[in-house]
Design a protein around this ligand. Structure first.
Ligand code: ZN
Length: 286
């Protein structure tokens, strides 16, 4: 059975149906409450969690209380133009190698967090996020999934004015503004997915369907991304890979559509769940 690991107010919790198990208390201190410690001992934690029963659950799951399941990763990679259809809508040729940028970990927030709009040009990007579970360098694509703790949902919120306002464009800062990295609701182990290379994902904004695709449209699939990244950087438990967004972002729509105060971004990936993030306008501090 798949294991779902969430962050309830800073404490590692396992999701059992509609209820939660506090890992530190229920394990009698065998596992720490710290979500970053959980990913360091992922295999042992998952094995322990598989033995949990309904009676171990302490409280109902209210997703409003969830933080980012991996709150302080050492690295957050993200991939630009990784869906064929999205590359076409952007009018760009398919990249020959993955186009990698970073999101600074300080932008990560929970699956129900508010997104604070930095300008009138903020856009949505639903993405499958890979959570690294085992250290590795020069990982072979054929063995890549052995290094994956699980998947979660991410929103690569992007300020297009910062991203494309000058030449050449700069990706990292415009995608790292505070609150621009909602992830969650939980890290889900790979046995939840009939095919970990083919998941339906989508994004609605205030009730309007904006993105709907399958991860099988990726130009570089998860195993290739892991192989490529680990050929350059040692991957550590907790590192995240935002794997790119499919077509349907606001900046390529006609007419263009950006996020405004009050918009609700709903991001979903099958077998993982849903995130709901409401947008508020940035207000200058007095
Ligand atoms: Zn993206």
């Amino acid at each position: 059975m798949a294991v779902r690991v969430a962050n309830l107010k800073g404490r590692v919790s396992v999701v059992l149906g509609a209820r939660l198990v506090d890992v530190e208390r229920t394990s009698g201190g065998r596992f720490s409450a710290d979500p970053m410690a959980a990913v360091q001992r992922w295999d042992a934690l998952v094995e322990w969690a598989r033995g949990l029963r309904d009676g171990d659950a302490e409280g109902p799951l209210d997703e409003v209380d969830l933080g980012p399941p991996v709150p302080r990763p050492a690295k957050v990679f993200a991939v630009g133009l990784n869906y064929r259809e999205h590359a076409h809508e952007a009018g760009l040729e398919l990249p020959k190698s993955p186009m990698i940028f970073t999101k600074f970990p300080s932008c990560l927030v929970g699956p129900r967090a508010t997104v604070v709009l930095s300008s009138a040009y903020v856009d949505w990007e639903v993405e499958l996020v890979v959570v690294v579970g085992r250290r590795g360098h020069r990982i072979l694509a054929a063995r890549a999934f052995e290094h994956v703790a699980g998947y979660t949902i991410g929103q690569d919120v992007s300020d297009r004015r910062l991203q494309f306002g000058d030449k050449p464009p700069q990706f990292s800062l415009g995608k790292s503004i505070d609150t621009f990295g909602p992830i969650g609701p939980a890290v889900v182990t790979l046995d939840a997915f009939p095919d970990p290379n083919d998941l339906a994902l989508g994004c609605d904004v205030s009730g309007e369907a904006m993105q709907a695709a399958r991860t099988s449209d990726m130009i570089f699939a998860v195993p290739e991304l892991i192989a490529y990244l680990s050929s350059l950087c040692t991957l550590e438990p907790g590192d995240l890979v935002f794997t790119g967004t499919p077509s349907g972002v606001g900046s390529t729509r006609n007419p263009r559509r950006y996020l405004v105060e009050g918009d609700e971004i709903v991001s979903r990936i099958e077998h993982i769940g849903t995130m709901v993030n409401r947008c508020v306008a940035h207000r200058a501090e007095s």
